[in-house]
Design a protein around this ligand. Structure first.
Ligand SMILES: C[S@@+](CC[C@H](N)C(=O)[O-])C[C@H]1O[C@@H](n2cnc3c(N)ncnc32)[C@H](O)[C@@H]1O
Length: 379
């Protein structure tokens, strides 16, 4: 909670000066190594002299087999993390890898260039560098996240970036998530991270780290394929009417914890935003979202919806009480599905079928357990 207060303030006051730790970059990017071979990587919100993104890619240049690394610095040229961008000239660096064989990026191996402007990622100069890049990797300013992502999508770039999970409910960002154009990466432990910053940290004493702020609800967002994205969630619970009531305003059942998604429900389900961290498009289909802007944007998709006085633009309402944002999902029916006894028909939305184990005929008599032994039979 404390972290959220910080993040909210960061957005509101445009306090974007907090920096990613090398260990967090390493933890995420180790899952993407194969993607980087022969590629030009751009870190476009990164003062190369202090950015751990530059550090990571320059030191791992050969190991990743990169073609080129470009990093750009927004305004500030002071060798100080907290310089507040007070210089009017910005620089960008390019690195083509180790030339003298010492496996270290030496100053003479790094090309330094001056921008005409301030190095804003939206400027013409920066867009030219963006066009050259294959993959963009950074922690962009949270206050400009929407614009940042829109630009990446416009130029059809691959990316791995850090953002707040609340972005998922945003009207511009949600369609990207729904349409499987962007998904969550491996993320930070417990959905929170410590960033290097001078901002006041309101984390509890046990979670406080000197010179850092703890930010909750952060994640990595990407459009690069990762195995995690195709791992099914293992589910255990069975649907029953008492435990899974339907919303007052949506033809969907309410689920408070992602792990409680019933294994046997074929209709629409409203799950918390944290579901996205476990989402596999092979297992579930995202249809919409119940949030404050759903009605206006028709984000509830094909899920039957009727406005409710309490829903404030489309939030799900349960027994006349608004619930937190919910993603609307439906499980995908697949060949070999164990719960194949259930019917799946888009015309029968919201109609649960009772769970029934398929009847498997046992080829052995109960009183003679030795009589059926497939190994012996083969012999
Ligand atoms: C959250 S910090 C992260 C910095 C760095 N990527 C890292 O993770 O260590 C965002 C950075 O974006 C820079 N920034 C703010 N507005 C920008 C803009 N319009 N264009 C480019 N960079 C910007 C800030 O100065 C800040 O250094």
């Amino acid at each position: 909670m404390a972290g959220n207060v910080n993040l909210h303030a960061a957005n509101k006051n445009k306090k974007d000066e907090f920096y990613t730790q090398l260990v967090d970059i390493e933890n995420e990017l180790r899952h993407y190594k194969a993607h980087f071979k022969g590629k030009t990587v751009l870190c476009n919100c990164d003062d190369p002299r202090v950015s751990n993104f530059f550090h990571y890619f320059s030191y791992n240049f050969e190991q990743l087999g990169l073609k080129k690394l470009i990093t750009t610095c927004y305004k500030s040229q002071n060798r100080d993390l907290f310089s507040q961008n007070d210089s009017e000239r910005a620089i960008w660096l390019e690195y083509f890898g180790d030339r003298n064989g010492n496996r270290v990026p030496d100053p003479e191996e790094i090309g330094i260039h001056y921008f005409e402007g301030d190095g804003d990622f939206r400027s013409k100069e920066c867009v030219e560098l963006l066009k050259e890049a294959d993959i963009v990797v950074t922690n962009p300013p949270f206050s400009l996240f929407r614009e940042y992502v829109a630009q990446l999508m416009k130029y059809e770039k691959k990316f791995v970036i850090i953002g707040n999970q609340n972005a998922i409910t945003n009207k511009d960002f949600f369609p990207l998530i729904r349409d499987n154009k962007v998904w969550l990466g491996y993320g930070f432990k417990g959905g929170a991270a410590h960033f290097i910053s001078k901002y006041e940290d309101t984390a509890t004493a046990g979670d406080h780290r000197e010179g850092m702020i703890r930010v909750s609800g952060v994640n990595w967002f990407t459009n690069l394929e990762i195995p995690k994205r195709h791992e099914d969630m293992i589910l255990y619970k069975m649907y029953n009417e008492e435990e899974y009531p339907k919303y007052d305003n949506y033809d969907a059942i309410n689920i408070d914890k992602t792990a409680d998604i019933p294994i046997d429900y074929d209709g629409f389900m409203g799950v918390p935003i944290t579901f996205m961290d476990k989402y596999s498009p092979d297992q579930f289909e995202i249809l919409g979202i119940c949030a404050g802007n759903s009605r206006l944007n028709k984000f509830y998709g094909i899920v039957p919806y009727s406005p409710h006085v309490e829903d404030r633009g489309g939030c799900a309402v349960l027994n006349n009480k608004r619930v937190y944002s919910r993603i609307l999902i439906r499980r995908r029916k697949r060949i070999g599905d164990v719960v194949g006894a259930n019917h799946y028909s888009p015309l029968q939305v919201g109609q649960p079928t009772s769970y029934k184990l398929p009847e498997i005929p046992l080829p052995m008599a109960a009183e003679d357990p030795e009589s059926y032994n497939p190994v012996n039979k083969e012999d």
